[in-house]
Ligand binder design. Structure first.
Ligand code: FE2
Length: 203
C-alpha cells in the first residue's frame, strides 16, 4: 500500500466515524501535527514518511476483517476509532513536540529517524489515550484498548491482566498482525510455495 492509497482508505474509514463527537477535531489536530508524514517507527517497521498512516489503516482493515467472526456485536465505530488512532502518540506528545525527528543525511545503513528526546516522557500507548480523550469521550472498553494495545509486550499489561476486555485483545492482535505479518509481505498474497522452496534449500 502506498501512502496515497492509505490516505484514500483513511478518509473512507474516517467517514464512517466522523459523526461521533470530537472525531473531526481529533483528526484535524493530528493532521496539523504531521499524522500524514510521521513514520511508524525509528528503524523497525514502516520507518519512512507516511509509514504511520499506512500502519494505522492496515490495523483498521485487519481488525475489521476478523471482527465479524470474533466480535460481531461490537460497533465498527469503536474498532475503527481505536485502530486509526491507537498510535496517535507517534505524531506528537500533545505539548508541541513531534515524536520522531528525521535523521537528515542518513545513509541506507543508518536509522532514518530518531526519537525526539524533548517530548513528554510518558508511556506511548497511554499518551495516545490522553490525546484521543482530549477530543472524544471514550467508553471504558475503548480506553483500555488504546492504552493497552501493546498487550503483554509491555510490563504495564500486568495492571489489567485478568480483566482484559475483548476489544483490547482485538486491537492488540490486529496491531501485531499488521506489523509482523502484513507489513513484511507475509499475509494475504504471501507466496507459500516460495517459502516452502526456500525451506528446502535451507535444510
Ligand atoms: Fe501500532
Amino acid at each position: 500500500m502506498t501512502a496515497e492509497d492509505a490516505k484514500k482508505q483513511y478518509y473512507e474509514l474516517l467517514d464512517k466515524i466522523i459523526k461521533r463527537d470530537g472525531v473531526k477535531e481529533l483528526a484535524a489536530y493530528l493532521e496539523r501535527h504531521g499524522f500524514f508524514k510521521a513514520p511508524a517507527s525509528t528503524k523497525f517497521h514502516l520507518c519512512s514518511e507516511g509509514g504511520l498512516l499506512i500502519h494505522s489503516v492496515g490495523v483498521a482493515k485487519t481488525a475489521l476483517k476478523i471482527k465479524p467472526v470474533l466480535l460481531p456485536s461490537y460497533p465498527d465505530e469503536s474498532v475503527i476509532l481505536c485502530c486509526l488512532f491507537h498510535d496517535a502518540h507517534k505524531v506528537t506528545d500533545g505539548f508541541g513536540q513531534v515524536t520522531y525527528n528525521k535523521n537528515n543525511g542518513a545513509t541506507k545503513d543508518q536509522q532514518p529517524y530518531f526519537w525526539n528526546k524533548n517530548q513528554m516522557a510518558f508511556s506511548g500507548a497511554h499518551k495516545s489515550l490522553l490525546l484521543i480523550n482530549k477530543f472524544v469521550d471514550l467508553t471504558r472498553e475503548e480506553m483500555q484498548a488504546i492504552a493497552y494495545h501493546d498487550g503483554p509486550y509491555v510490563p504495564s499489561f500486568e495492571d489489567i491482566k485478568g480483566n482484559v476486555y475483548p476489544l483490547t485483545h482485538l486491537i492488540h492482535f490486529a496491531d501485531l498482525w499488521s506489523t509482523w505479518v502484513d507489513e513484511r509481505g507475509l499475509g494475504a498474497g504471501f507466496d507459500a510455495q516460495k517459502f516452502l522452496d526456500d525451506k528446502e534449500t535451507l535444510f
